[in-house]
Design a binder for this molecule. Structure first.
Ligand SMILES: *[C@@H]1O[C@H](CO)[C@@H](O)[C@H](O)[C@H]1NC(C)=O
Length: 309
């Protein structure tokens, strides 16, 4: 629990726990909301790994192409332990601030059908973990950024491992990650939440990309509430480091040549690109999304050593 102690020390200098400067009610509510949100997201990840580790045998991992099942189990166990430690630290902060930590239930039936599906889902969840902390940073006061950053960097390490475990992607596919708003993260995670889990936030409409694998040049096919046909609809693809989305008519939503790594995809009803900045991204024309896809156009030796295609 050494990590939690340091986390607590950072929090101790944070506004809500000191009387050094007055805290406005709005700050307190926002801080609690962001920490509740992080609490739920970490619970989701922890529960996912718990069920995945319990469900699959060594032979399932080797059947999925992993060169060593012990190596994968060890890594997944470490990741789960990190998530549990994060939960303990986040919940301790919430309790210290006088908030009851929210606990939610999750369902992973569709994501734990086999090891390849589990590995692909974990890869998305870890990307989403990074995007969530990045996208919520602007909501936190400076005093809490250190504490949030201590978790963010570790989520990024998990993300790298899961990229490697895909066996076909780049370990570090992009020089820049993509921030997503809490509403967008909830939209991505909504399929895994079972029953009430009331954060007081409205999730964006979930979007599914129905292509099995996506390569540069491929036409994306989508499914989601409010989407029938392609008329009047546009797809938006954001790649890390780009200022805006590539906006294309949905009927010709082809992944740009040269794309590699994670892409966030939205469907909108106008041809204005979306900003790659959570504080300025317009929501009025959004129909559904984001969905996260991985374009694995630059396979690396590291992944291939760990998992054979
Ligand atoms: C990102 O920006 C590069 C450089 O402008 C462009 O070639 C590429 O198509 C963009 N990709 C996406 C998915 O935004």
């Amino acid at each position: 629990m050494r990590y939690s102690t340091i986390f607590a020390a950072v929090l101790a200098s944070a506004p809500l726990l000191t009387s050094a400067r007055p805290v406005r009610a709005r700050d307190a509510a926002t801080n609690a909301l962001v920490f509740q949100f992080a609490n739920v997201l970490n619970q989701l990840e922890s529960e996912f790994y718990k069920q995945g580790i319990a469900k699959f045998k060594d032979s399932d991992f080797t059947a999925a192409g992993f060169t060593s099942s012990a190596m994968v189990s060890q890594a997944l166990t470490t990741i789960k332990a990190d998530e549990d430690t994060h939960i303990a630290a986040i919940q301790a902060a919430l309790t210290a601030w006088g908030n009851q930590p929210l606990t939610c239930n999750f369902k992973f039936d569709s994501a734990l059908t086999d090891v390849p599906t589990m590995a692909a889902t974990a890869r998305t969840l870890e990307f989403v973990g990074v995007s969530a902390f990045l996208g919520a940073a602007n909501l936190l006061p400076k005093d809490l950024l250190d504490a949030a950053g201590m978790i963010l960097t570790v989520e990024a390490r998990h993300s790298t491992l899961l990229n490697i475990f895909s066996g076909k992607g780049s370990a570090i596919p992009s020089a820049f990650d993509i921030g997503l708003t809490p509403q967008e993260i909830l939209g991505v995670a909504s399929g895994f939440i079972d029953g009430a889990c009331d954060l007081g936030l409205t999730a964006t409409k979930p979007l599914t990309i129905t292509n099995k694998a996506v390569n540069p040049g491929d036409l994306l096919t989508v499914q989601g509430d409010g989407i029938s046909g392609t008329d009047g609809l546009f797809c938006n693809m954001i790649q890390g480091g780009n200022a805006t989305s590539v906006n294309l008519p949905l009927a010709s939503c082809n992944v740009p040549q040269g794309t590699n790594g994670p892409i966030a995809v939205w469907i909108t009803k106008d041809n204005k690109p979306l900003s790659n900045d959570v504080t300025t991204r317009a929501t009025d024309a959004q129909v559904a999304g984001p969905a996260i896809i991985f374009v694995d156009s630059q396979p690396e030796q590291l992944g291939q050593m760990v998992r054979k295609a």
